[in-house]
Design a protein around this ligand. Structure first.
Ligand code: ADP
Ligand code: MG
Length: 394
C-alpha cells in the first residue's frame, strides 16, 4: 500500500511563493510508486486547500481561479486517522493522509507553528521538531545558543522596539560595542527581507526602522569583511548525520538580497527556486576549511536536536580564513536537493530518507512515556473539593 503523504506548503509568511516553488519541485521528485501525494496549500489568509490542481505551478498565476478548482479543508485527527475535511455547510471527508511533509518557509509556519499543530494532532511529520524550528527562525535565540556552545559567530547585539523607542541611549550604548560596518536584521524573518548594511552611523536609525517594520526584535551585527558565503546541508537526526556538498553563494549586491536569492535568474525559469541563485558547487575553499564547515554544520544540527534535512549557512572572512556560523534553515529552499545531487544522492532518494526518518522518529516518540497513571483525579472528590472551596471563600 502506498504511503499517503500530505505535502503542506504556503502559509501567511512573506515566503509563501518560495514555498510553492519548493513544494512543487519536491512533489515532482517523489516516487509515485511508493507515495500517494496529497498537496495541501495554506493561503496567505491561512485557509487550507487540497486538490490535484495544486500540483501545477502554472495554476498559481491566477490564485483566485485556482481556489475555485480546489477544496477548502481542515486537517484533524479522527480515531487516529488524519482527515482532510471540507469546510462549510456540508462537511465531507475529502482525503486522508498518513504523514505530513511540511515544505514551508518563514513566520507562522516554519517557525514551529505548523510543527506544533502537527504534533498536537499526533500525525508523523517530516523534518525538525518544534524546538529546533523555533530557534531556527529567531536569529537572536540562535546566536545565544551558538554562543553558549562556543561556536564561532559574529559579534552582535539585540533589542526590542520598546527599548529603541523609550531608551535610545541604551540601544546606542549596546551598538557602540560593535565596530562599523554593521548589518541590521529583523530577528525572525528570512530571505534577506528587512536587512540592511550600515556603513556610516548616520544611516543606523533608518536601518533599524526598516527592520522594525518586520519584527519587534532587532539584531545588529558586525559585518564579516572579505566575505565568502558557503552553505552545507545536513541530513539525519541526533543519532547520525551526513553532510552534503558545500556551495558558495555569489552575490550581486552588497549582500545576498531577496532578489538575488529568488528572483535572480527567474526570467529564465519559474520553477528554479533556490537553483536560481548564482552559486558555485563545490565551493572554492580548501580541504581544511571544507572539513571545518562540515564539522560545524554537524555540530549545529546536533546542538539544536534537529532532524530531516537542514542547511547551515556560513560567513567566511577569506583573508583571515575565519569561518562564522551564520544561521540554520530548518526547511531549506528546495530542501537543498541540489547539494545532495552533487554527492550522488538523487532528489527522490533524499525524499525517501526524509520520510523514513520521520516514521522512525514517530515510532520512537510513540514509545516514550509522556504521562503516567496517577490517582490524583480519582482521589479528588468533587463534592468534598467544592465544599472545601466554598468554606474557603466564606
Ligand atoms: N555579519 C554579516 N556580515 C556580512 N554579511 C552578512 C552578515 N550577516 C548577513 N549578511 C548578508 O546578508 C544576507 C542575509 O542575512 P541572513 O542572516 O542570512 O538572513 P536571512 O535569514 O534573511 O537569510 C547573508 O546571506 C549575507 O549576504
Ligand atoms: Mg540567510
Amino acid at each position: 500500500m502506498k504511503i499517503k503523504v500530505g505535502v503542506i506548503f504556503g502559509g501567511e509568511s512573506v515566503e509563501n511563493e518560495v514555498s510553492i516553488i519548493s513544494a512543487i519541485q519536491a512533489m515532482k521528485a517523489m516516487n509515485e510508486e511508493k507515495y500517494e501525494i496529497v498537496p495541501i496549500y495554506i493561503s496567505k489568509e491561512r485557509e487550507w486547500y487540497t486538490g490535484d490542481a495544486l500540483k501545477d505551478i502554472d495554476n498559481y498565476k491566477d490564485l483566485e481561479n485556482l481556489k475555485k478548482h480546489v477544496i477548502n479543508v481542515v486537517l484533524y485527527a479522527k480515531n487516529n486517522i488524519y482527515v482532510l475535511q471540507s469546510k462549510g455547510l456540508f462537511k465531507r471527508i475529502i482525503n486522508t493522509i498518513d504523514i505530513a511533509f511540511p515544505i514551508v518557509h518563514g513566520t507562522n509556519v516554519e517557525d514551529g507553528t505548523l510543527q506544533g499543530y502537527l504534533g498536537l494532532i499526533g500525525i508523523p511529520y517530516v523534518g525538525s521538531n518544534i524546538y529546533a524550528s523555533v530557534v531556527g527562525q529567531d536569529k537572536v535565540f540562535m546566536k545565544q545558543i551558538f554562543e553558549s556552545c562556543n561556536l564561532p559567530i559574529t559579534k552582535y547585539v539585540w533589542f526590542f522596539d520598546s527599548e529603541y523607542q523609550n531608551s535610545f541611549e541604551s540601544v546606542a550604548k549596546k551598538i557602540d560595542e560593535l565596530e562599523l560596518p554593521f548589518i541590521v536584521k529583523p530577528a525572525t524573518l528570512g530571505s534577506s527581507i528587512g536587512i540592511s548594511r550600515v556603513n556610516k552611523k548616520e544611516n543606523l536609525n533608518s536601518a533599524i526602522e526598516e527592520a522594525l517594520q518586520y519584527d519587534n526584535k532587532v539584531i545588529v551585527e558586525e559585518v564579516v569583511p572579505n566575505l565568502i558565503e558557503v552553505n552545507c546541508s545536513v541530513l539525519g537526526n541526533y543519532e547520525y548525520q551526513e553532510t552534503s556538498e558545500i556551495e558558495e553563494i555569489m552575490s550581486t549586491d552588497e549582500f545576498l538580497s531577496y532578489r538575488d536569492k529568488y528572483i535572480g535568474n527567474a526570467k529564465k525559469s519559474h520553477t528554479k527556486g533556490m537553483l536560481a541563485t548564482n552559486r558555485v558547487i563545490p565551493a572554492r575553499i580548501d580541504i581544511k576549511m571544507s572539513e571545518e564547515v562540515r564539522s560545524l554544520a554537524k555540530q549545529v544540527f546536533l546542538i539544536l536536536n534537529t532532524s530531516g534535512v537542514c542547511r547551515i549557512d556560513f560567513l567566511v572572512d577569506s583573508k583571515k580564513k575565519k569561518v562564522y556560523v551564520n544561521e540554520i534553515n530548518t526547511i531549506p529552499g528546495s530542501l537543498s536537493f541540489y547539494l545532495w545531487d552533487a554527492v550522488g544522492k538523487k532528489y527522490s532518494d533524499l525524499i525517501d530518507n526524509l520520510i523514513a526518518l520521520a516514521i522512525k522518529r514517530y515510532k520512537k516518540h510513540s514509545k516514550l512515556t509522556f504521562s503516567f497513571e496517577n490517582n490524583l483525579l480519582s482521589n479528588y472528590s468533587g463534592v468534598k473539593g467544592m465544599k472545601g472551596f466554598k468554606n474557603k471563600i466564606r
